[in-house]
Each structure stands twice: as structure tokens, then as C-alpha cells.
Ligand binder design. Structure first.
Ligand SMILES: [Zn+2]
Length: 193
């Protein structure tokens, strides 16, 4: 892979003081630019979160998913435990922003998230994790504790020893999720009127 790698820069944030390094990966549509957010004194076997981009959740606070809560939790934990967050630019479970919005439109029309992906000609999850292996090798990290609720992700990351799965514990507002999802859907309908 012909990956371009940035210098290391400081990123003070509301979650703590981090180092950041960007990785530019060529792909069929041009390139994807990923970001690694990590503590200067990384643990020998760090807790690592692999977060896939979700513009609507991460930046806009969408209530259709819990991506932003998970990202914030991961950054807080990285700060506390000298860990790392690998932010992969594979929007919409790998189908891209435009297709994700089309999938949302199909969901507004009554499809569930899997049916919507299938109607658009995609599988339910198009994400890949080769970059995770590339990045961890670059940082000379052979072993990690993976912060995830998705056991399938463990099998998708190759050539890295995952010594432990750390659950990503959600905040109490998780109890509001169904209510909030319904509210969001109703807001969507209002926008269509
Ligand atoms: Zn999301």
C-alpha cells in the first residue's frame, strides 16, 4: 500500500491532550485520510478503539445512532489509560456519505438499515480493517486491548494480537435511544412535509 503519513502534531481537546498523526490511503474514489489520536505515553498494550467515521453522529449529534457517544467515551478512556483511537474514514459502514443518506431515505420510507443497504446494492456492512493492521504495525504495537461491543471486529483485524476485549460502556441516556430514534424519525417526516 502506498500510504502517505503526516508528521506528529499536538491536539489539545476537551477530552485531554493528545498526539495526532494522519494516514492518507489511496482508494478507487481518490483517497481516504484517516486520523490516529493517541497519548504520548502509550501503554505497552494499549486500549485501542477503532471508530469508523459517522458525520451525522460524530459532528451533528444525530440520534439515529450512538456513534458520537461511543467516540466521546473512547477519547475519555484513551486519555485515562494512555490509549489510542483510530478514526477510519469509512463513512456509513463503508458505503460513503451519499449512499448513507440514500439509505436513511429508504429507512424513512420503512426499510430497516440492512434492507436499505441491500436495496442500494451493498452488504449490511462494507467496512474493512487492513488500515488498522497497517497503523498498529507503524506504531510498533503488536498487542492491543480492543474497545468494542462487536466481537466480529476481533476477527476482522489480522496480524495483531487482541489480548482482551474491553466493552464500551454507554452513558445512562442510552435508555432514551428508542424514544429519541422515534422522535428523530418524526422530525424527518416533518421535514418532508
Ligand atoms: Zn453513526
Amino acid at each position: 500500500m502506498n500510504i502517505e503519513i503526516s508528521q506528529i502534531a499536538n491536539l489539545p481537546s476537551k477530552f485531554g491532550k493528545f498526539k495526532v498523526k494522519a494516514f492518507k490511503e489511496p482508494c478507487k474514489d481518490g483517497c481516504k485520510e484517516h486520523l490516529v489520536i493517541y497519548k504520548e505515553n502509550l501503554e505497552a498494550i494499549p486500549i485501542v478503539r477503532v471508530h469508523s467515521e459517522c458525520l451525522t453522529g460524530d459532528a451533528l449529534g444525530s440520534l439515529k445512532c450512538d456513534c458520537r457517544d461511543q467516540l466521546e467515551y473512547a477519547l475519555e478512556l484513551a486519555d485515562k489509560t494512555n490509549g489510542m483511537v483510530i478514526y477510519l474514514r469509512q463513512e456509513g459502514r463503508g458505503i460513503g456519505l451519499l449512499n448513507k443518506i440514500n439509505a436513511y431515505a429508504l429507512q424513512d420510507a420503512g426499510c430497516n438499515t440492512v434492507e436499505a443497504n441491500h436495496q442500494l446494492g451493498f452488504s449490511a456492512d462494507e467496512r474493512t480493517y487492513e488500515m488498522v493492521t497497517y497503523i498498529l504495525h507503524h506504531f510498533n504495537i503488536p498487542k492491543i486491548k480492543l474497545l468494542t461491543n462487536n466481537p466480529d471486529k476481533i476477527n476482522s483485524i489480522s496480524d495483531i494480537e487482541i489480548v482482551q476485549r474491553v466493552p464500551i460502556i454507554m452513558k445512562p441516556n442510552k435508555y432514551n435511544t428508542d424514544y429519541l430514534k422515534t422522535k428523530q424519525a418524526q422530525m424527518g417526516h416533518m421535514l418532508e412535509e
